[in-house]
Design a binder for this molecule. Structure first.
Ligand code: HEM
Length: 344
């Protein structure tokens, strides 16, 4: 699909969502936008994730899909060191190690390489860490921002939220305290978007399904930053609303600004969209057969459990059936007929 078209579709979609939130606020549909939509979005997210995980869980994976990155465990004299054990594990412990490094450090992305043309026709592969850096900054900041948001949903707020707030606002530049994770999150999403737009090969494979979540998250982050640092919002009223939501006694305070409704509505859309989009890789990584299965093909014989029963006709049975005819035709046989044997 044409890049301009992809951008227009995604941009118009996000702009339309913002417009819907503004119209809802102007029309005083506060219960709809502050209570009904958040509950519906949370339900879609939960049920959607359960559906996806159960669906993956039910998919047959009869064989191991070996990771070819490293040496597979083989004969005792073939070197199989700790890197191989993590890259190409043959035990459950190794699989746990590989999964841990994947989820926490994005290890396979860290090994990303880039093909470049050297002199003449030679090509070379160079290490390419920018995507890893952008991705890790994005995911960690997102996680920290979400964890910090727990202060809206808990009373009193848990100690770890206070701790994260203190560390995150360490530099104390600005008033209110500027949280580095929120600002860095905005920078990381912008980087990921620019990467898609500026690198021709990545642009070529990008679709609205890639741009839409980026635009959506960028707008969520942008509206959050505006709320905190530019147009002050009534955080006390917002906390009244969010605590009411989690305690299932929803109450919509009067003086909540439009920016909050935009922020909340876009977050609801993001959550409802999540299970059906590429973002679902958050859960998918744990069910990925190339990541969660030990490569023990040489140790264990894996038999496909639903292979159809194959009717076997062994050579012995075949010869028993046709022995006399074979002898008559002068064909060699393994066992002679009893009468022939005794004559001999
Ligand atoms: C995907 C989920 C969300 C993301 C990525 C997000 C992101 C952000 C960011 C980056 C900020 C700027 C300040 C900061 O760094 O904390 C912010 C502020 C804010 N967000 Fe969110 N947010 C999300 C969900 C929510 C939800 C569910 C609520 C509803 C209660 C909410 C309410 C607020 C409020 C009230 C502020 C202003 C905070 C202040 O003035 O201290 N956000 N958000």
């Amino acid at each position: 699909m044409n890049v301009i078209l992809s951008l227009i579709i995604s941009g118009v979609a996000v702009f339309g969502l913002v417009a819907i939130a503004v119209i809802g606020w102007l029309a005083n549909l506060h219960v709809l936008f502050g209570v009904v939509i958040p509950y519906v979005a949370a339900a879609i997210f939960l049920l959607g994730m359960i559906y996806r995980v159960v669906d993956w869980g039910k998919s047959p994976v009869p064989f191991r899909i070996p990771s070819t990155c490293s040496q597979q465990k083989s004969l005792p004299w073939i070197k199989y060191d700790y890197v191989d054990k993590l890259d190409n594990p043959h035990s459950k412990l190794g699989v746990w190690g590989r999964m841990f490094l994947e989820v926490v450090f994005f290890r396979s992305l860290f090994r990303n390489t880039r093909m470049q043309f050297g002199n003449g026709e030679s090509i070379r592969y160079t290490s390419s860490k920018w995507l890893w850096l952008g991705a890790i900054a994005f995911h960690y900041c997102f996680f920290i921002v979400l964890t910090r948001h727990l202060r809206f949903f808990t009373q009193p707020q848990p100690f770890f939220v206070t701790m994260i707030e203190k560390i995150d606002g360490f530099f104390q530049i600005w008033l209110p305290t500027a949280y580095q994770s929120g600002l860095l999150l905005g920078a990381a999403v912008t980087f990921l978007l620019l990467r898609r737009l500026l690198i021709a090969q990545v642009r070529y494979v990008s679709l609205p399904a890639d741009y839409f979540p980026l635009f959506l998250i960028l707008t969520v982050v942008g509206s959050g930053i505006l709320m905190r640092y530019v147009f002050k919002t009534d955080v006390v009223s917002i906390k009244e609303l969010t605590l009411g939501l989690v305690n299932f006694h929803p109450k919509v305070p009067e003086n909540i600004g439009v920016l909050f409704y935009i922020h909340l509505f876009l977050v609801c859309v993001l959550f409802a969209y999540f299970p059906f989009s590429k973002l679902v890789h958050m859960g998918g990584v744990f069910l990925s057969p190339t990541r969660n299965l030990p490569n023990d093909n040489r140790v264990v014989r894996h038999i496909n459990p639903w292979n159809p029963e194959v009717k076997i006709h062994t050579y012995e049975a075949y010869e028993n059936e046709f022995r006399e005819k074979m002898i008559a035709a002068g064909l060699p046989v393994e066992k002679k007929v009893a009468s022939t044997e005794s004559k001999e």
